[in-house]
Design a protein around this ligand. Structure first.
Ligand SMILES: Cc1cc2nc3c(=O)[nH]c(=O)nc-3n(C[C@H](O)[C@H](O)[C@H](O)COP(=O)(O)O)c2cc1C
Length: 356
């Protein structure tokens, strides 16, 4: 089978994963309006290509928080990679190391952070964190990833409660008994039951607020990136509270249904922060052209969630490498066809605003 674009991997995953697993990865909240709009919104944006600019040499490299990556696409944190491929996050770690890009490891990984780092010792990684009712548990995770050389913490702030995902309820989705949330082994299981996903129940703290960002800053010197901002007001607050980065994200449309597509609120956030912190985006990125549009609207880098899991479902490490390579090649081609030789030349002049 020749895989040409990310849709081919999606189709493969749809056909080969169990129904419950496919539904879990695909799920959006409620009527899935926001999940679907994340993709549709890119199709409403048109480009203003420039010509005759000698695009014989292209350079897709960029940096995130000072670290160089080979192109501006990283892996968003998604749970339970062992559901897609038996090696799970170990395959994710190896694929991202070989493509030299950033892998945001989910707290809800089915391999431990220690195993992930051992599988790809030279990989560039950030760690996604939740604030738990028991702050010591969050702090313990921070200590572990600091020692392992994770370069930043990504604090997910859009899950005070889990969104309502209808198919998961119908399927009574649960992590199968042979898989575990490995980062919690020996930490949570003895003290609490597991929720419907097989992760520790009632552990996330819905009272989390900006003061917890200060708390996190007080226990670590790692840079903190806030994931889940969708408005200029919250972007401004994030800068005022001294974070180092923002991920414009609606959790792939799995939390609040009815919120905006992420690409549609990127400009307002980029304008609000005025270069004081880096702004990234995830949600609905499926082609190299989408990456180009997000960068033109001010994202420093984008992250893919579901497509990474589809790559794993196809062929593990090799499958995810193919997903990343296809996106990289498409991005390189889109850059050249719009007259950009490097990422520094990508800017808002590329966007046809009267079409928005
Ligand atoms: C199956 C699945 C599991 C996810 N798990 C997490 C998670 O553990 N932590 C987190 O911060 N975000 C999680 N997310 C959200 C992703 O980080 C990201 O925001 C989203 O998938 C991006 O949209 P895309 O899937 O359209 O690329 C998850 C998303 C999916 C689809």
């Amino acid at each position: 089978m020749t895989m040409v674009c990310l849709k081919d991997f999606e189709e493969y995953a749809r056909q080969h994963l169990s129904k419950a697993t496919w539904d879990y990865y695909a799920a959006g909240a409620d009527e899935c309006c926001t999940r679907d709009d994340n993709l549709q919104a890119y199709k409403r944006i048109r480009l203003r290509p420039r010509i005759l600019r000698d695009v014989s040499m292209s350079d897709t490299r960029t940096t995130v928080l000072g670290t160089e990556i080979s192109f501006p696409v990283g892996i968003a944190p998604t749970a339970f990679h062992c559901l897609a491929w038996h090696e799970g996050e170990l395959a994710t770690a190896r694929a991202t190391e070989s493509l030299n890009t950033c892998y945001i490891t989910s707290t809800y990984s089915t391999c431990s952070v220690e195993e992930i780092c051992a599988a790809a010792p030279n990989g560039f990684r950030w760690f996604q964190l939740y604030v738990y009712r028991d702050r010591n548990l969050s702090e313990q995770l921070v200590r572990r990833v600091e020692v392992l050389g994770y370069k930043a913490l990504v604090l997910t702030v859009d899950v005070p409660y889990t969104g309502k995902r209808r198919d998961d309820i119908r399927n009574r989705f649960k992590l199968p008994p042979h898989l575990k949330v490995k980062n919690f082994e020996g930490v949570f299981e003895e003290t609490t039951g597991l929720d419907e996903y097989g992760v520790p129940a009632n552990t996330l703290d819905p009272s989390i607020s900006w003061k917890d960002v200060h708390w996190l800053q007080s226990v670590t010197r790692l840079p903190i990136i806030i994931k889940g901002i969708l408005t200029k007001e919250d972007a401004e607050l994030a800068v005022e509270h001294g974070v180092q980065g923002i991920i414009v994200s609606n959790h792939g449309g799995r939390q609040l249904d009815g919120g905006p597509a992420t690409i549609d609120c990127l400009s307002e956030i980029v304008d609000a922060v005025q270069g004081r912190v880096e702004v990234y985006l995830d949600g609905g990125v499926r082609t190299g052209g989408d990456v180009l549009k997000a960068l033109a609207l001010g994202a420093k880098c984008v992250f893919i969630g579901r497509p990474a899991v589809w790559g794993l479902a196809y062929k593990g490490e090799q499958g995810l490498r193919e997903v990343l390579q296809i996106l990289k090649d498409e991005f390189c081609l889109s850059m050249a066809l719009s007259g950009c030789r490097n990422v520094a030349e990508i800017n808002r002049n590329l966007i046809h605003f009267s079409k928005l």
